[in-house]
Design a binder for this molecule. Structure first.
Ligand SMILES: *[C@@H]1O[C@H](CO)[C@@H](O)[C@H](O)[C@H]1NC(C)=O
Ligand SMILES: *[C@@H]1O[C@H](CO)[C@@H](O)[C@H](O)[C@H]1NC(C)=O
Ligand SMILES: *[C@@H]1O[C@H](CO)[C@@H](O)[C@H](O)[C@H]1NC(C)=O
Ligand SMILES: *[C@@H]1O[C@H](CO)[C@@H](O)[C@H](O)[C@H]1NC(C)=O
Ligand SMILES: *[C@@H]1O[C@H](CO)[C@@H](O)[C@H](O)[C@H]1NC(C)=O
Ligand SMILES: *[C@@H]1O[C@H](CO)[C@@H](O)[C@H](O)[C@H]1NC(C)=O
Ligand SMILES: *[C@@H]1O[C@H](CO)[C@@H](O)[C@H](O)[C@H]1NC(C)=O
Ligand SMILES: *[C@@H]1O[C@H](CO)[C@@H](O)[C@H](O)[C@H]1NC(C)=O
Ligand SMILES: *[C@@H]1O[C@H](CO)[C@@H](O)[C@H](O)[C@H]1NC(C)=O
Ligand SMILES: *[C@@H]1O[C@H](CO)[C@@H](O)[C@H](O)[C@H]1NC(C)=O
Ligand SMILES: *[C@@H]1O[C@H](CO)[C@@H](O)[C@H](O)[C@H]1NC(C)=O
Ligand SMILES: *[C@@H]1O[C@H](CO)[C@@H](O)[C@H](O)[C@H]1NC(C)=O
Length: 790
């Protein structure tokens, strides 16, 4: 009786807390399947914020992030991934695959990827923070959760499948010594016959970088008695020997191989697998697993609920009053916010390349994508972690001699254009970023000046090329004569633009640090003007667009070259670094001509005034020339602010959200790029967008009645509130108040977030005078408006 009462009470309590949790739990707004189809390449699986272990089912279709909802088949379950990247599929090392062998004969099992690929039951996919699960059509179901450096799987095998003699089939799990790109150079595995433990390593190639990396693993199993185990090579398996070493032979010949283990069938037929990973050693992989997921009887539910708590804490800093807005917008926001915390990944303690007490972060993939809004978003929601990332960048400079532009799997990634870590460090500096351990700004300054002053031998991996020309001719020439360093001799226009902005950031940073020679960098920041050819026209299918004056490539001798302004736009063809490099990287002259984040005032003057500027910007956005699925387009959405027309920026934002960034599996227009697209979405929905490297956020009405950001370092709450909000209506700011006092500027500084201010926007149907006056525009270096030069 007493027991029953207690049970009832307990049940009531559970039901009650589930109900209240269902009403208030922020995790309900995270949909990890957004962007898992149509090239978003989003990682859908289980991870902690910035976690190294990222477990998910890998498929044989769009598998850059492991899993995809594209209807392709599951080939394994692996423990590390990147999210949203381009390039080759990243990581996915040492996948496990569960199956039953016909007639209980090991050789009847499918070992090769092609043979074992199995579809999953569409409706069975469950992806929630810290958890991923699906059922294979074979009847095996798989669930997974993670700690920082280890994955925990729960495989449930069907217990009703028998051999012809009537005995229940024994569950088998194989481990494949491969990764998603089959980039393995050599690998080894050693099995413990009794416990079934598998330990080993592999040498792999990074997905968008140079060199190679070694990863180690340690896999243990629980749930049933080990029946037998061994190794497999090329679809043949044996119980002897218990270790295997594979390498590449003639013509880099690649063979599929690995280890396997079988268990005595049980009533539940539930087998758990715990896989620790490490870049340091197989022993450390085991230690990671043992300390983070102690046994025996691994606590799957407890691990999952710690992961959920970690995400609740991260996401709980932002609260929203929807004001009648549809839930799908909340889902879009919180899912985007969630995805900004996939990468860079925290590999502190896992870096065998140098000894240091500084943190080590990896998967800056690439900074060219992340500097624009992802890392600025973390400045607001997670400054402690961003300060660790910044310290890691500086420490990478200290030990490798250069700041990275791209970095993954402990390897150098390819430079896309400028040295945009300069923007990241400057942005952190102008926003007073700090953490429990302060950032060494002197070292940071040294690192960015190194980018500007010294050319590395291999500038396809770090730093900048063509620095001699940059300093003497003041532009990057088309077909430069450069014998100091080597890289793809291309992208002269986009590199000129990016180096200009990088130097602007260095001038800001060095001025603030008291260097008098900041003026040198300030003067180099106008170098982009040397590639402006005032008589170039642009045609689409022979029709004159009506615009005259475009950036053009220029030879060393000062003679102009030619690149069609629409080349590399969506109306033409995609220009990748590796396949068809041009003088602009991955985008057109049309898009890049606006990339002067520090001096839009000069652009406006150059094109003949505000109206000409606006019609050119409108044409970019309405002609099909812009590629909103690639990062160079982000800032162009907000440039109307500089023309005194913040209402047009608001319209432009609404033209892309939700039509291009929405809460569906195909809801991203391009690769998420480790959260870059996600951060664009989250900022746009919030009503503030950064101009990184400057203490500037553009103001547009949020998509909700109000949104508040709690500063995790001091607890102060910043709120931006729409007054007169109507969901989905095209409303414009009529006037604004900041902490109750009239506020006419169309932009605001980071103090808004660090001091916890309140910005109220009075909305109305028509465009207003608000933000239109010269003194209310965001700053341009040439005019000094906004107090930047003051
Ligand atoms: C599962 O989803 C995929 C992708 O949407 C689709 O192609 C396939 O037909 C679906 N399968 C079933 C059985 O509904
Ligand atoms: C996926 O696997 C199923 C069996 O599960 C098979 O019938 C189908 O042909 C596979 N599809 C592809 C595209 O390989
Ligand atoms: C049935 O066959 C399997 C595989 O050959 C064997 O391992 C098992 O012991 C047999 N069971 C019985 C009940 O004979
Ligand atoms: C991988 O493990 C094998 C077997 O223990 C060992 O011989 C080899 O040196 C290891 N390779 C690396 C790169 O650690
Ligand atoms: C706003 O528009 C979206 C589609 O973009 C729609 O799903 C939603 O219902 C609309 N919300 C309201 C309140 O009208
Ligand atoms: C990064 O990882 C290290 C080592 O696991 C840990 O001490 C540190 O707290 C982590 N940083 C963050 C911001 O979680
Ligand atoms: C940074 O600190 C300086 C000096 O205390 C202060 O004037 C400035 O407002 C701060 N900037 C931000 C963005 O908080
Ligand atoms: C500016 O001064 C710094 C610090 O002395 C130095 O490292 C850097 O090379 C100088 N830059 C130029 C362009 O002179
Ligand atoms: C020029 O534009 C007009 C109107 O948009 C269109 O009908 C015509 O086909 C275009 N000319 C060419 C050569 O594409
Ligand atoms: C400048 O160099 C380009 C490329 O080599 C060449 O085509 C052009 O004729 C040169 N111009 C002059 C004025 O020599
Ligand atoms: C969602 O975004 C995708 C990708 O940009 C787009 O193709 C799709 O039409 C959008 N869906 C809706 C309902 O707006
Ligand atoms: C804002 O603009 C209004 C209208 O021009 C003016 O009356 C008011 O003084 C301005 N407020 C501030 C803080 O500049």
């Amino acid at each position: 009786m007493r027991n029953l009462d207690f049970t009832l009470l307990f049940l009531f309590f559970i039901v009650f807390s589930l109900q209240t949790a269902a009403q208030t739990d922020i995790l309900q707004y995270v949909d990890q399947l957004i962007g898992t189809n149509n090239g978003g390449n989003v990682f859908a699986g289980a991870t902690l914020p910035y976690g190294m272990a990222k477990a998910v089912a890998d498929v044989d279709g769009q598998n850059t992030g492991g899993f995809s909802t594209d209807g392709s088949n599951v080939t394994g379950f692996s423990h590390m991934h990147d999210s949203g990247t381009g390039g080759n599929p990243s990581l996915g090392n040492f996948p496990l695959f569960p199956q039953l062998c016909a007639e209980d004969q090991v050789d009847n099992c499918e070992f090769l990827i092609e043979g074992r690929a199995t579809h999953y039951v569409n409706e069975s996919v469950v992806a929630t923070p810290g958890y991923f699960a699906l059922d294979l059509v074979s009847g095996v179901s798989a669930e997974m959760t993670v700690s920082r450096h280890a994955a925990l799987y729960r495989f449930t095998f069907p217990a009703d499948q028998k051999a012809s003699n009537g005995s229940v089939l024994s569950p088998l799990i194989l481990l494949d010594l491969t990764d998603l790109s089959a980039s393995r150079q050599n690998a080894a595995v050693i099995l413990d016959e009794k416990t079934g433990r598998m330990m080993g390593n592999g040498t792999f190639i990074p997905s968008f970088g140079s060199g190679s990396f070694v990863l180690h693993f340690c896999a243990d199993f629980e749930g049933a008695t080990v029946k037998d185990n061994g190794i497999w090579v090329n679809n043949r398996a044996g119980t002897e020997p218990k270790e295997l070493f594979v390498t590449r032979g003639i013509n880099l010949f690649y063979i599929q191989a690995g280890a396997w283990i079988r268990f005595e069938a049980t009533e539940t037929n539930e087998i758990s697998a715990r896989v620790g990973v490490s870049f340091v050693s197989p022993e450390q992989a085991c230690q990671n697993a043992e300390t983070e997921i102690p046994g025996p009887n691994w606590d799957f539910d407890g691990l999952q609920s710690s992961a959920e708590d970690a995400w609740r804490e991260k996401l709980g800093g932002v609260t929203i009053e929807a004001g009648g807005q549809d839930d799908s917008f909340l889902t879009n926001f919180y899912s985007a916010m969630y995805r900004t915390m996939m990468s860079p990944q925290n590999y502190t303690g896992e870096n065998p390349l140098w000894k240091s007490t500084e943190p080590y972060y990896d998967s800056f993939y690439c900074i060219w994508d992340a500097f624009r809004s992802q890392l600025p978003f973390l400045t607001i929601i997670d400054p402690d972690t961003l300060s660790e990332m910044v310290r890691s960048l500086i420490d990478t400079y200290v030990h490798l001699g250069w700041l990275p532009d791209c970095r993954m799997s402990l390897c150098k990634g390819f430079t896309q254009g400028g040295s945009n870590a300069d923007v990241v460090l400057t942005d952190a500096h102008v926003k007073n970023l700090t953490g429990p351990t302060p950032i060494n700004w002197n070292l940071a300054l040294q690192a960015v000046i190194n980018d500007a002053e010294n050319e590395p031998l291999d500038w396809s991996n770090e730093g900048r090329g063509g620095l001699q020309s940059w300093k003497t001719l003041n532009y990057i020439p088309y077909l430069d004569y450069d014998y100091l360093g080597f890289g793809t001799n291309s992208r002269s226009i986009s590199r000129t633009l990016e180096y200009s902005y990088n130097d602007f950031c260095i001038s800001t940073f060095s001025k603030s640090m008291g260097l008098s020679n900041y003026t040198t960098y300030l003067s180099r920041s106008s170098n982009w003007q040397n590639l402006y050819k005032s008589d170039t026209k642009s045609f689409i299918n022979g029709n004159d667009t009506g615009f005259t004056g475009f950036l053009q490539p220029k030879y060393l001798n000062g003679t102009w070259g030619y690149q069609d302004p629409i080349l590399c736009s969506p109306l033409d063809s995609f220009c990748s670094l590796t396949d068809n490099p041009q003088e602009t990287f991955e985008d057109s002259i049309w898009e890049y001509q606006f990339f002067v984040p520090h001096d839009i005032a000069t652009l406006i003057k150059q094109w003949g005034g505000v109206d000409a500027f606006i019609s050119r910007l409108n044409f970019l956005h309405t002609s099909g020339l812009t590629d909103i699925g690639n990062e160079p387009s982000f800032l162009t959405v907000f440039l109307y602010h500089y023309a005194g027309r913040p209402a047009l920026s608001a319209d432009r934002v609404r033209s892309y959200i939700p039509s291009q960034f929405n809460a569906t599996t195909t809801g991203l227009p391009g690769n998420d790029d480790t959260g870059a697209m996600a951060s664009f979405t989250a900022f746009c929905l919030s009503g503030l967008f950064p101009n990184p490297g400057q203490n500037v956020y553009f103001i547009t009405p949020p998509f909700f009645e109000s949104i508040s950001f709690t500063n995790p370092q001091n607890g102060k709450v910043a709120t931006i509130r729409n007054v007169g909000f109507v969901a989905n209506a095209s409303l414009y700011v009529q006037s604004a108040t900041l902490n109750g006092v009239g506020y006419n500027k169309s932009w605001i500084g980071h103090e808004f977030f660090s001091e916890g201010w309140t910005l109220e926007l009075m909305l109305g149907d028509e465009e207003s005078e608000w933000g239109t006056k010269e003194e209310d525009l965001p700053p341009s270096v040439s005019t000094g408006v906004g107090g930047m030069m003051g």
